[in-house]
Design a binder for this molecule. Sequence first.
Ligand code: PLP
Length: 382
Amino acid sequence: MIDPDSQIPMVDLKGQYLRIKPEIDNAIQSVIDSSAFINGLQVGEFATDLESYTGVRHVIPVANGTDALQIALMALGLQPGDEVIVPAFTYIASAEVVALLGLVPVMVDVDYDSFNVTAAHIQKAITPKTKAIIPVHLFGQSCPMEEILLLAEANDLFVIEDNAQSLGSVYSFSEGKEQQAGTMGHFGCTSFFPTKNLGCMGDGGALMTNDDDLAFRAKMIASHGQSKKYVHDVIGCNSRLDTIQAAILSVKLHHLNDYIEERQLVAKRYYEGLSDLNSILLPRKMPYTSHTFHQFTIKVTNGKRDELKKFLAAHGIPSMVYYPLPLQEQEAFTDIVREGEQLPNSELLCQQVLSLPIHTEMTEEVQNFIIEKIREYAEQGE
Ligand SMILES: *Cc1c(COP(=O)(O)O)cnc(C)c1O
């Protein structure tokens, strides 16, 4: 039985740690033993491990996913006033770094079914000032990259994939070639925030690229613009992945495919338990990408999303609204957004989305309880 007073977690990081405690503890202890807390051996080892996992030529570890995006924009040499296209339905970081560098974020709408941008959405916003696009692989699925890459090539645009939520997702090109999300653009940026697909025990992030020159520039920028010790070629920043975090990440990377399968199993049970409800749309799996289910995000189509959220909370079941406001409505962007833009899907999604608990430690018993309560609520209204 589910204890009615117990709070079900949205994610269970403690449980995930306890399953591999000896491995993690050893990795941390070995860093403490060497006391090379910054730029220790494990940082390079982890970069190599992630290069093999994703098949990308270069992984550049940095302090967090937001820094990775910022460093990518800096390494591409974008100039103030250049326009960068970003989806309106995403986490703030994707657009924030654009504005921070004096570039102009141009928000575009997303596809209602996949939550992601498509080439058609991007195309409408391209102007002579557009220099780059940031497709965000939201909630665990890749954007339709083949068409986005073709559009970018035709318009001479840089592509920076925001892969903070979809590390491990595999994209299939139409002629059969498969590639990991985050390895297809000029840069891919990811985050190791603890709740991401591959999470560390603090902050962490990385850039990926297949371009030797861009890798060199990104590395230099992340290290104070330094090409050799105390020789500074460009203005950079200070963004490093701690050695302890790198050591933890190498351990957890071995388990990433299991973590993804465990999330997919939870998703499967949600599909089985909830697919017949009229007022709820389940996430649509797109044919060109695997789904790592970073989130399991339903759409409540009867206008009662907030009521369902409250009902679940009253039964100790958490849920989250990712995201409550499209970027163009955020106060921070009011001076930046172009007049007269219509982004209807982003607006609608912000009213309908609800992300349900999904994580690697979910038991069938707890999930059955969540499904039962959602059904109880939805069936009242039918
Ligand atoms: C988490 C996230 C980021 C930022 O990552 P941090 O490591 O928290 O800086 C960027 N973009 C998206 C879509 C994210 O989900």
